[in-house]
Write a protein that binds this ligand. Structure first.
Ligand SMILES: Cc1cc2nc3c(=O)[nH]c(=O)nc-3n(C[C@H](O)[C@H](O)[C@H](O)COP(=O)(O)OP(=O)(O)OC[C@H]3O[C@@H](n4cnc5c(N)ncnc54)[C@H](O)[C@@H]3O)c2cc1C
Length: 413
C-alpha cells in the first residue's frame, strides 16, 4: 500500500512526487517506471546524444540519492497494466501483483505515431522516444550513408540536423506545405527550411510516403506518392506523438486527445491526477483545450498536481514554452501563436538572430525567437502579465521592454 502512486518516472512523474513531498505530503510515495534506467532527460536524445556530446550517464535527471533523500520509492522496470478505481489498486507486472493507493498520478507521457504504409515494419525504420531508441539510432547511424527522415516536426528536424552534422546525406519528407506547420509561423518555417537546405538537407514539402521497400526484411528505399525513389540506409519516422492514455481510458477516466484534467491536474476522478504529454487541459494562453508536449508543460502542470495531492493550491497557469536546437540555431517559443492577425520582427533574419512577435486583436500572444534568449525572457513576463508592447515597439531593437514591466523585487530591494 502506498499513499501516492505515480505511474511514469519522467518530467511529470518526478515533479508530481517531488511537489507533493515538498508541500508536506507525509504518506508513502511510490514511483513506478517501466524503463530500466534512472529517469533521464529526453531532449538531448535527438541532439547532443546523437552527436556524442553527452553520455548516457550525463542524461540522468535524478539519481538514487535524490529519491532516498525525498523518501520516494522508485520501482524501475515495472509496468502498470491496469488501474482498478473501485479497489484503489494498480496491477503491475509479475504474479498478479497489485499496489494500493489513496491518490494516483498518471505521467505516462506520449509515444510516437506509427507509420502505416506498406513496408513500415521493415528493419531500419526507426522512431525516437526513449534512450533505447536513441542508442539504437546512434548505432545504426554509424553504418548509414543515406537517411530519409519522414516528418518535418521537431523530432524530424533535430535528427535531420544531427545526421547532417555527422556527414550523412539527408532527405526529409513533409506532407504539409511548410515545416513545423502547427507550431510556428510561415516566416520561421521558411527560416528553418533555408537553414536546413544550406546545411545540405534535401527537403521535399507537399510530399507523402507511398511505401518503404527493401530486401531480406531490411529497408533500403522509400517511395513517395510523387513517384520519387529515395535510397535509405535508415528511415527515421517523426510524424507526431500520441498520448499514452490507455490505462486511463481502460479505467473509464474522461479522455479526449489525452487524459482530460483541470488546472490542478485533476482527472474526472478526484483522487486521480495526470499531467504532461498524456494530459489534455484548457490553456488560458491558447484559449483552447491543448495537449502540449514540452518539458515546461510536464513539469509545471505536474507541480500543480503535486500541490493539490498534498492539499495545497497552486493552479497551473504558466505561459507555454518550448525550445529546439538545430545546427547553431536555438529556437525558443513562448505563448501560443495560432490564429495571430499581426506580427512584428525584432532583429534580422539575415543575421540569424531575430524574434517574431505575434498579435491577436492588438494583444501580444506569443513570441518565437532564433538566438535571442533575452527577448524570450522579456516575452515570458509580458505575456504572463498581459502587457503588450505595440508592434512598433517590438520591432524597435532599441526599445527596452523593461520600461513596460514592474521591476521584479529582489530580497535586497
Ligand atoms: C527526442 C526528443 C526530443 C525532445 N526535445 C524537446 C525539447 O527540445 N524541448 C522540449 O521542451 N521538449 C522536448 N521533447 C519533449 C519532452 O521530452 C516531453 O514533452 C517530456 O518528456 C514529457 O514528459 P512526461 O513526463 O509527460 O512524459 P515522458 O517523458 O514521455 O515519460 C513518461 C514515462 O512513463 C513511462 N510509462 C508509460 N506507461 C507506463 C506504464 N504503464 N507503467 C510504467 N511506466 C510507464 C514511459 O516509459 C516514460 O518513461 C523531446 C522529446 C523527444 C522524444
Amino acid at each position: 500500500m502506498s499513499g501516492l502512486v505515480v505511474i511514469g518516472a519522467s518530467y511529470a512523474g518526478i515533479q508530481a512526487a517531488l511537489a507533493a513531498r515538498d508541500s508536506g505530503y507525509a504518506e508513502r510515495i511510490t514511483v513506478i517506471a517501466d524503463e530500466h534506467l534512472l529517469p533521464y532527460q529526453r531532449p538531448p536524445l535527438s541532439k547532443d546524444f546523437l552527436l556524442d556530446k553527452v553520455t548516457r550517464d550525463g542524461l540522468v535527471l535524478r539519481d538514487e540519492a535524490f529519491f532516498k533523500l525525498k523518501q520516494i520509492d522508485l520501482m524501475l522496470e515495472t509496468r502498470v497494466h491496469a488501474i482498478d478505481r473501485h479497489t484503489r489498486r494498480v496491477s503491475i507486472n509479475g504474479n498478479n501483483a497489485t499496489i494500493g493507493f489513496n491518490k494516483l498520478f498518471i505521467g505516462t507521457g506520449s509515444h510516437p505515431r506509427r507509420l502505416t504504409v506498406p513496408g513500415a515494419d521493415l528493419d531500419g525504420v526507426c522512431y525516437l522516444r526513449s534512450i533505447v531508441d536513441a542508442v539504437d539510432l546512434k548505432d545504426r547511424l554509424k553504418n548509414a550513408a543515406e537517411i530519409v527522415v519522414i516528418g518535418g516536426g521537431f523530432i524530424g528536424l533535430e535528427v535531420a540536423a544531427s545526421a547532417s552534422k555527422l556527414g550523412k546525406k539527408v532527405t526529409l519528407i513533409e506532407s504539409a506545405s511548410r515545416l513545423l506547420e502547427r507550431a510556428v509561423s510561415p516566416l520561421v518555417s521558411q527560416f528553418l527550411f533555408d537553414l536546413h537546405t544550406r546545411n545540405g538537407v534535401d527537403i521535399r514539402l507537399n510530399e507523402s510516403i507511398a511505401s518503404i521497400g527493401g530486401a531480406n526484411g531490411k529497408a533500403s528505399f522509400v517511395s513517395t506518392a510523387g513517384d520519387a525513389r529515395l535510397v535509405a540506409d535508415l528511415v527515421l519516422v517523426g510524424i507526431g506523438g500520441v498520448s499514452s492514455d490507455r490505462l486511463a481510458r481502460d479505467a473509464q477516466l474522461s479522455c479526449t486527445n489525452g487524459i482530460v484534467v483541470d488546472d490542478h491536474g485533476m482527472t474526472s476522478d478526484p483522487d486521480i491526477y495526470a499531467a504532461g504529454d498524456c494530459a489534455n487541459h484548457y490553456n488560458a494562453y491558447a484559449r483552447d483545450w491543448v495537449r502540449l508536449e514540452s518539458v515546461q508543460n510536464a513539469q509545471d502542470q505536474a507541480k500543480a498536481a503535486g500541490l493539490a495531492i498534498a492539499g495545497k493550491t497552486g493552479p497551473y497557469d504558466s505561459v507555454p514554452r518550448f525550445w529546439s536546437d538545430q545546427y547553431d540555431a536555438k529556437l525558443q517559443t513562448v505563448g501560443i501563436s495560432r490564429n495571430f492577425d499581426r506580427q512584428a520582427i525584432r532583429g534580422s533574419l539575415e543575421s540569424g538572430q531575430f524574434s517574431v512577435f505575434y498579435y491577436k486583436q492588438g494583444k501580444l500572444r506569443a513570441v518565437d525567437s532564433i538566438n535571442r534568449a533575452g527577448d524570450q525572457m522579456a516575452a515570458r513576463r509580458l505575456i504572463g502579465t498581459g502587457v503588450s508592447p505595440s508592434p512598433e515597439q517590438a520591432a524597435d531593437p532599441s526599445f527596452d521592454f523593461k520600461s513596460l514591466l514592474t521591476p521584479i523585487k529582489t530580497k535586497e530591494a
